[in-house]
Design a protein around this ligand. Structure first.
Ligand SMILES: Nc1ncnc2c1ncn2[C@@H]1O[C@H](COP(=O)(O)OP(=O)(O)OP(=O)(O)O)[C@@H](O)[C@H]1O
Ligand SMILES: [Mg+2]
Length: 284
């Protein structure tokens, strides 16, 4: 029987002070997908993600992971499947060395000896932190901490990786590297990706589908192309198009080109503009 990996149905979340952070939220994520939850500050992204592994329980509605209710009796199994990388790595890092930090979850899963060593080394290597094993996580820079948090979760090879603002605090090279890493673990290890962001430029590089979240409500869900076609709505919720799409939109407004679809990545824009320039002898 077909089942979604994560299913959220009609969920409300109300904080103790009465703030209704999620309003009737429903979504489904299938195995192997790359899904972005895109929304401005305060939209409810972090609140939503904390429902996926039971850190928060919905005030109304249901959350299921692999057809299991996210409830106390299922949490151990759910937390083995769902690897969560928090928005703020300081919420996640508590061991005295990076090596211990990465080994921690594995030790809980009774991994030991050579397998443990290999898993820790692999995780350090993929996030580009070779040689950092003996350092204290608390003395690292913001971007380095973020990578340690990712490594500690990746080492456990979860079925689904839930990343809250994965590129915040990373420098441009760090962002490019992370995008490559996440895409390769999705493709090669089949790990499902769900990430929250307001960084519209990274979304087309990392997501097949988007849920647009604003003021606690899912306004729109669809493929990356479908969602970015709704330019007015995106701007209404204080987001924007990727820079390169905005540039082509301005060129279109000038009447110098007429794309059938705005390119969302530099690669697509290069293909489109090269075609236009070649067709017109070098002039747009
Ligand atoms: N512990 C809390 N108590 C009361 N209100 C809260 C609490 N945590 C978050 N909120 C409120 O809930 C709403 C959603 O917050 P949330 O952190 O989920 O947003 P977000 O989309 O992750 O934002 P950002 O992009 O800034 O990380 C906000 O209005 C926030 O002020
Ligand atoms: Mg957040």
């Amino acid at each position: 029987m077909f089942m979604a990996l994560i299913e959220v149905a009609g969920v409300d979340y109300i904080y103790a002070d009465g703030q209704r952070a999620l309003k009737n939220v429903s979504l489904k994520i299938d195995r192997g997908e790359r899904v972005a939850v895109l929304g401005p500050n305060g939209a409810g992204k972090s609140t939503l993600f904390q429902l996926f592994n039971g850190l928060l329980s919905p005030s109304a509605g249901d959350v299921l992971v692999k057809n299991l209710w996210v409830r106390k009796e299922n949490l151990a199994e759910i937390r083995r499947s769902v690897g969560m990388v928090f928005q703020d790595p300081d919420d996640q890092l508590f061991n005295s060395t990076v090596r211990q930090e990465i080994a921690y979850g594995l030790l809980n899963m009774r991994v030991s000896g050579k397998a443990l060593e290999e898993a820790v080394s692999w995780a350090l290597e993929v996030v580009g932190l070779n040689g950092y094993g003996g350092k204290s996580p608390h003395n690292l820079s913001g971007g380095e901490k973020k990578r340690v948090a990712l490594a500690s979760v990746l080492a456990m090879r979860p079925e689904v990786l839930v990343l809250d603002e994965p590129t915040a605090a990373l420098d441009p090279r760090g962002v490019a590297r992370l995008i490559r890493l996440l895409n390769s673990i999705n493709r090669e290890l089949g790990i499902t990706l769900i990430f929250a962001t307001h960084d519209v430029d990274i979304v087309p590089l990392l997501a097949d589908r988007i849920y647009l979240l604003s003021q606690g409500e899912i306004l729109l869900g669809g493929t990356t192309a479908e969602v970015f076609r709704r330019k007015e709505l995106i701007r209404q919720v204080d987001l924007r198009l990727p820079r390169v799409a905005h540039l082509v939109e301005l060129l279109e407004r000038e009447g110098v080109c007429a794309p059938s679809e705005l390119p969302l990545t530099i690669g697509r824009a290069k293909g489109f503009l090269t075609g236009q320039l070649r067709g017109s002898g070098g002039h747009l």
